[in-house]
Each structure stands twice: as structure tokens, then as C-alpha cells.
Design a protein around this ligand. Structure first.
Ligand SMILES: NC(=O)c1ccc[n+]([C@@H]2O[C@H](COP(=O)([O-])OP(=O)(O)OC[C@H]3O[C@@H](n4cnc5c(N)ncnc54)[C@H](O)[C@@H]3O)[C@@H](O)[C@H]2O)c1
Ligand SMILES: [Zn+2]
Length: 371
């Protein structure tokens, strides 16, 4: 039963777009695009599997609004976020006669969103982009804020631009087919949103664990709306990542180190971030940024959602080396977003490497499932 989509407006000096959220929102997408676009052609960029699942519904909505629809399919996974795939897409757009009025519809998770954004930003110096996020992570994170990009052999997300979408359509009913591990990955980012800026969202999650596990639609809609609102608030304040936007990296410094140290093969991004948040909460308690209660609430929520809060079988020194080489570390001091309370963090806090080392060594001895 489709619900009436709700709308969150994003407005910064350089971007202005609406995020439409609701189960069944896909049906209105064509008409909504017509409200600001007079073009003839729509390019749906997606993976073959997602095209099979949702391409029909999306195309139907676009055709009903008088768009000629072309699909551009790329394989699943991070390996599609490359200049090679972007180049293939530029060729396809040019061959199919895409012009400045043509719209790219990015139907997928963060991989599709980042690649499509990069292509839309560059083709003819920028053509309209609509995000249609299908993963929970893309709904609450990557479709908002205008960061686009592709990977390079020398670095993840190394090549890219800030390029805002013209509109985001977040149809929560698409989550029904999302694999469990990917679902948990998005939940990790929602816990992060609560921890950095919305104590009510955090408490709501604590009280709705069962409904969250069952993907109850009303519960999910609330989670998604509130998490989007946190990100929108932060991005509006700092659209180009000069200051406060750093709080979105809560749990990510250690999370990225875990991902890199395990060659991006062991943990999903959300799992690595969950461990990162739990470790930073410990660090925050130890350095007296927060009480033991606050640390415990964060670790408990992650655990009840079945997200990991500790790592095993990785040399702490390896994690430290990765962090020391992180572009955010200066002179042996790593900068962290520290937890002060549920809903409050302090960013750009310097943590001496020896304190960090002590913590990582303690955790390395702990079995992966323990707190
Ligand atoms: N631009 C940003 O601000 C930003 C923020 C966070 C992450 N990212 C990027 O996002 C990417 C990760 O995104 P992700 O976690 O969505 O991964 P993803 O795009 O690879 O999607 C995960 C998997 O789930 C599948 N999937 C997605 N939606 C589905 C659905 N509804 N039903 C069935 N299967 C579905 C995909 O096909 C894929 O196999 C990374 O490349 C990361 O760098 C970007
Ligand atoms: Zn993240």
C-alpha cells in the first residue's frame, strides 16, 4: 500500500533539491522530474539485477511522463566505480545523443550513485542527476551531500567532484530485496546519525529492535527520515567539508583502517564502522569525553542489532600504520570525532598514538563477538 511520500528540502549556497521519501515513491518520479525538466531522454544507470527488479517500475513512471528511456548497465560491486566504466558510459551517452536536458537516473546503492554522479557532473560539464537509492546506506548517506567519484588504483574515491543531484527519490519499499548484510550496513550508519546528532532517533532504535529486524515499513520510514535529516543538517552547514561535516566520520577513521587492513574483503563498510564507533566510544570514555553509560548504550545498540563491536586477528600495528598514513593524521597524532553523549560529538580531537595503541592492543585480545 503506497504511502504519501514526504519531502525534505536541501538548501545550501550551491545546491537546492528535494528528497522525496515513502513506500511507492517510485511511481511519482516521472511526474516529479517533469516539474523541472523539459528534456526528452532519460538514462537509467543501474546493475543488471536491480534493473530486473525495479527497472520496469522506474521506466514505466518515466514513460508516463513522456521520457524516452535508455538503460545503462554496469556490473555489481566496487570494481565498477572506475574511470574505465565512466569512459564507457560517456561513450554510450554521446552515441545515444544525450544532451544538456537529458537526465541520469541513478538506480542503485552507493556504487551506482557515486559513479552516476561522476558521469553526470562531467558529461557536457554537467547534466541533471536524480538519485534513486536502493540500498539503506545509499538512502541515508551516499545519495545526500553531493559527493561523487570513482576509485583509482592509488586510492578509493580519489577522483571526483561535489555535484548535487537535482532530486532524490527514496522509495522505502525497494528495501524488501536488500540482502541482510547490506541492510545491517545501512543500520550502522543510522546508529551513527543518532549518536552524532539525534538522541531521539537513537532511543527510537533502542526501543524498536524487533521491528527494525523485521524491516517494518513505518519503523523504517521513521529511521530513514530522521537519519536523512541529520545528514542534511550537517551538509547544509558545511557543504564542501571544511569543518563540521567531519562529524559524519564518527567511527570512520578506525573503520577505514579495518577495511584497508583486511583488503576490503572481510568487513562490509557498515561492520567496520560499527567496530570503529565502539572503539572510539571506549577511547572517549578513557579520555573522559563521555561516561561509561554512554559508551555502553552505543555498544549495546550495535550488539542487539547484530553489528560487531570488536575485531580479531588483525595486528594492531597494522591499523596504526594505516591511520598514521591517513591524510587526516599530522605528526603522529590522529584526529578523531569523540563521543560526548548520545547525540553529541566533538570533532577534530587529537588522540596520541600511544593511547590509541593501548586500546587497540586490548581489543586485539578480545574475541570478535565480545564487547
Ligand atoms: N557519496 C557519498 O557521500 C558516499 C557516502 C557513503 C558511501 N559511499 C560509497 O557508497 C558505496 C557503498 O554503497 P552501498 O553500500 O550501497 O554498496 P553497493 O552500491 O555496492 O550496494 C551493495 C549491494 O547491494 C545490492 N543492492 C542494492 N540495493 C538493493 C536492493 N534494493 N535489492 C537487492 N540488492 C540491492 C547492490 O547490487 C550491491 O550488490 C561505496 O563505494 C562508498 O564509497 C559514498
Ligand atoms: Zn560510512
Amino acid at each position: 500500500m503506497p504511502s504519501t511520500p514526504r519531502c525534505i528540502a536541501v538548501q545550501t549556497a550551491t545546491e537546492q533539491y528535494d528528497i522525496h521519501i515513502g513506500a511507492g515513491a517510485l511511481a511519482q518520479l516521472g511526474q516529479q522530474a517533469r516539474a523541472w525538466n523539459k528534456g526528452r531522454k532519460a538514462f537509467v544507470l543501474t546493475h543488471p539485477g536491480l534493473y530486473e527488479l525495479y527497472g520496469g517500475r522506474l521506466s514505466e513512471s518515466l514513460r508516463a511522463a513522456d521520457y524516452a528511456v535508455e538503460s545503462c548497465l554496469v556490473p555489481e560491486g566496487e570494481r565498477s566505480k572506475t574511470l574505465r566504466h565512466a569512459a564507457r558510459l560517456f561513450t554510450k551517452l554521446a552515441r545515444m545523443g544525450a544532451d544538456r536536458q537529458s537526465v541520469i537516473f541513478a538506480l542503485g546503492g552507493g556504487v551506482i550513485g557515486d559513479l552516476s554522479g561522476f558521469v553526470a557532473a562531467s558529461y557536457m560539464r554537467g547534466i541533471p542527476l536524480v538519485h534513486v537509492p536502493t540500498s539503506l546506506l545509499a538512502m541515508v548517506d551516499s545519495s545526500i551531500g553531493g559527493k561523487t567519484g570513482v576509485n583509482h588504483p592509488l586510492g578509493k574515491n580519489l577522483i571526483g567532484a561535489f555535484y548535487p543531484p537535482r532530486m532524490v527519490v527514496t522509495d522505502t519499499s525497494l528495501l524488501a530485496s536488500l540482502p541482510e548484510r547490506e541492510y545491517l550496513c545501512g543500520l550502522s550508519e543510522i546508529v551513527k546519525a543518532g549518536a552524532i546528532g539525534d538522541p531521539e532517533l537513537f532511543a527510537f532504535m533502542e526501543n524498536r529492535v524487533q521491528a527494525i529486524r523485521e524491516r517494518d515499513e513505518a519503523t523504517l520510514t521513521t529511521l530513514i527520515e530522521r537519519a536523512i535529516a541529520v545528514k542534511v543538517r550537517v551538509v547544509q552547514e558545511d557543504p564542501t567539508e571544511k569543518g563540521v561535516r567531519a562529524i559524519l566520520n564518527f567511527g570512520h577513521t578506525i573503520g577505514h583502517a579495518l577495511e584497508a587492513a583486511t583488503a576490503y574483503a572481510r568487513y562490509t563498510h557498515g561492520e567496520a564502522v560499527a567496530i570503529g564507533m565502539a572503539l572510539v566510544a571506549r577511547l572517549s570514555e578513557r579520555l573522559q569525553y563521555c561516561s561509561a553509560d554512554v559508551r555502553e548504550r552505543l555498544c549495546d545498540l550495535l550488539t542487539t542489532l547484530r553489528l560487531p563491536v570488536a575485531y580479531a586477528d588483525i595486528m594492531p600495528q597494522l591499523l596504526l600504520d594505516v591511520m598514521a598514513h591517513d591524510k587526516k593524521s599530522v605528526n603522529g597524532v590522529v584526529r578523531f570525532v569523540m563521543l560526548e553523549d548520545i547525540g553529541a560529538v566533538a570533532f577534530q580531537q587529537s588522540v596520541p598514538l600511544d593511547v590509541l595503541q593501548e586500546l587497540l592492543e586490548e581489543y586485539a585480545a578480545t574475541p570478535a563477538t565480545a564487547q
